[in-house]
Write a protein that binds this ligand. Structure first.
Ligand code: SF4
Ligand code: SF4
Length: 192
């Protein structure tokens, strides 16, 4: 396991130092079954699902907002104040989550709770609806393989870019400590 060099992250309310974070194992597996669920996670769908994923106390980073754990510190009346470059990877992936088997699947209660209002609305899969995020995180080649996996009904294995793994590793640490993340662009120049 590679040792993390001593590095500092500046958060809105805290300055923390961390070291020895655990590298995320690769490759990841993409589950075509989960990826083919029809969930319309698009801006027009937010009134239907109420954007539960940006609210606490169940979800991080929302639950790290000590002043109001019912909603994320970065949630405004018009949605997340961060653009794609600043948003946590955890948020960009959701409702996809990485399970303990290193499989990118959907959050277990996505279709029956969080995303229920947008489940089976239209006919686009969650993989299609999240095109912008998945393409940004993994690149066109891997995204294309995800789409193909759904068409052929076969899971695929892939290795995410290093900057995604590094960012997610930091987020897992913050999540465990229930700390608010900073803008992702503040993590470091090596992290997009
Ligand atoms: S950072 Fe943005 S996308 Fe993530 S929970 Fe907060 S408001 Fe939602
Ligand atoms: S991930 Fe689910 S709960 Fe969050 S905005 Fe999309 S549909 Fe709504």
């Amino acid at each position: 396991m590679a040792k993390e060099k001593h590095r500092r992250i500046d958060g809105p309310n805290s300055v923390l130092e961390h070291r020895g974070l655990i590298d995320l194992p690769t490759p990841w597996r993409f589950s075509w079954k989960w990826g083919s669920k029809v969930i319309n996670c698009a801006p027009e769908g937010i009134p239907r699902c109420k954007g539960i994923c940006c609210h606490g106390p169940h979800f991080w980073p929302a639950r790290a907002n000590k002043n109001d754990p019912t909603k994320c510190l970065y949630l405004s009346e018009t949605g997340c104040i961060f653009d794609i470059k600043d948003r946590p990877i955890t948020c960009l992936l959701f409702p996809f989550v990485l399970n303990s088997n290193n499989t990118l699947c959907l959050y277990g209660r996505a279709t029956c709770w969080t995303c229920k209002g947008n489940y089976k609305i239209g006919n686009a899969t969650i993989t299609t609806t999240l095109y912008n995020h998945l393409y940004y995180l993994f690149g066109g080649m891997i995204y294309g393989r995800m789409v193909e996996a759904i068409c052929t009904q076969r899971d695929i294995y892939f290795t995410p870019p290093q900057w995604v793994l590094e960012s997610l590793k930091r987020e897992k640490y913050l999540q465990e400590k229930n700390l608010i993340p900073s803008r992702r662009s503040m993590y470091g120049e090596d992290l997009r």
